[in-house]
Write a protein that binds this ligand. Structure first.
Ligand SMILES: [Ca+2]
Ligand SMILES: [Ca+2]
Ligand SMILES: [Ca+2]
Length: 368
């Protein structure tokens, strides 16, 4: 123990500047909040248990959330068939993160509710903070494209992610295995440059072998402007890679085929004391069995703010001309709050080329 602390002293003494920049900025809003909480709680005990606290700083920080909803389906479609109303635990996450040694941290996140074993492990990466303003992630992580797909569901105002997020802003799954380099550069005068790139297998979350001989690349470059209570983000994203599409028969490899994709996207976000607005557009091509198909989609999302932490929600999201959904409703609790409620009515104007069954959601989230 003595030897360890001696070594630590030596390391810190030999690079005071590095030691100061040790607490690199968390790349995820969630991570920031969680560490702020821990710091706030830890503060009171600091004086009395200084030694204990120091030792405990290597202990994992545990956080997580539960999201549950009640859903009612309306028979507004033309097929005369409608889903039963149901209760659902939409997501449960347990997150462990912490420091290994100086400038080396880790994140492990699990979803114990996942119906399939390949859905249980979510984030699982080691992060290195040796480069200025950057974090290098090694392991399973979200691929970087656009705004919504990179963002934790805990911060969104819709029960269901946009079709753009699900169908255009990612490969097989939202997370994949590989390398990620994520940076935030303060430029002065309220501007910040944001850059992020991920190089992954492309075969999907928790798939340890790559089914194709190509890696997939997802990246985004953008800027944030901040003045008093106003924040504006603008970003441009791209994606390129391939994967094995399982075709119509999920369990039968006979109809599997290789799909090569290209994506370009832009995202705009405004956060103001009176409202939050976000919009994304993504276009691209899918190339499979010698045929090329153009794909595109967009969403516009507007959230009103009031002094009572409640407000209205409106969103439209599309995919080609085969999908158009309007989401109207209300919320209690802003994006970073622990207790949040959502009321979402989904008017499924076009769902698989036809009028869909509308859905009503009453949703609740507790974060801990
Ligand atoms: Ca129906
Ligand atoms: Ca691949
Ligand atoms: Ca198949």
């Amino acid at each position: 123990m003595k030897r360890l602390s001696f070594l630590a002293c030596l390391m810190v003494a030999s690079s005071p500047a590095l030691a100061q920049s040790m607490e690199a900025e968390g790349a995820q809003p969630d991570a920031q909040l969680a560490s702020q909480d821990v710091q706030a709680h830890g503060h009171h005990k600091k004086k009395h248990h200084k030694k204990k606290h120091k030792k405990g700083s290597r202990a994992p920080e545990v956080s997580g959330f539960i999201q549950a909803f009640y859903r009612y389906a309306f028979a507004t479609g033309e097929d005369g068939v409608v889903d039963n109303d149901n209760f659902r635990v939409q997501r449960v996450r347990l997150k462990f993160k912490g420091k290994v040694v100086r400038k080396v941290r880790y994140v492990v996140e699990v979803d114990p509710r996942a119906p399939e074993v390949t859905g249980i492990m979510r984030d699982a990466y080691i992060s290195l903070h040796h480069l200025p303003h950057h974090e290098l992630r090694i392991g399973q992580q979200k691929t970087q494209f656009g705004y919504e797909s990179r963002t934790s569901s805990t911060r969104l105002y819709a029960v269901n992610r946009s079709e753009l997020s699900d169908a255009l802003a990612r490969g097989v799954t939202q997370r994949d295995i590989g390398l990620g380099l994520l940076g935030k550069w303060p430029l002065g005068k309220g501007f910040r440059l944001e850059d992020a790139i991920t190089l992954v297998n492309g075969s999907g979350m928790n798939v340890q072998n790559d089914a194709t001989d190509k890696m997939s690349v997802w990246g985004r470059v953008g800027a944030r402007y901040k003045r008093e209570d106003l924040k504006i983000w603008l970003g441009f994203s791209g994606g390129y890679g391939d994967y094995i599409d399982t075709g119509d028969l999920d369990q039968d490899p006979a109809d599997d085929f290789r799909l090569e994709f290209k994506r370009l996207g832009t995202d705009l976000r405004v956060d103001h004391p009176w409202f939050f607005a976000s919009a994304e557009l993504a276009v691209g091509t899918d190339l499979a069995v010698g045929e090329s198909e153009d794909v595109s989609g967009y969403y516009l999302n507007l959230v009103g703010k009031t002094p009572w932490r409640v407000g209205p929600i409106a969103r439209v999201d599309t995919y080609l001309d085969e999908f158009r959904r309007w989401t109207f409703g209300a919320y209690y609790g802003l994006a970073d709050e622990k207790l949040r409620l959502l009321l979402n009515y989904e008017y499924r104007e076009v769902f698989n080329d036809a009028r869909g069954d509308d859905k009503l959601y009453l949703w609740m989230q507790a974060r801990f």
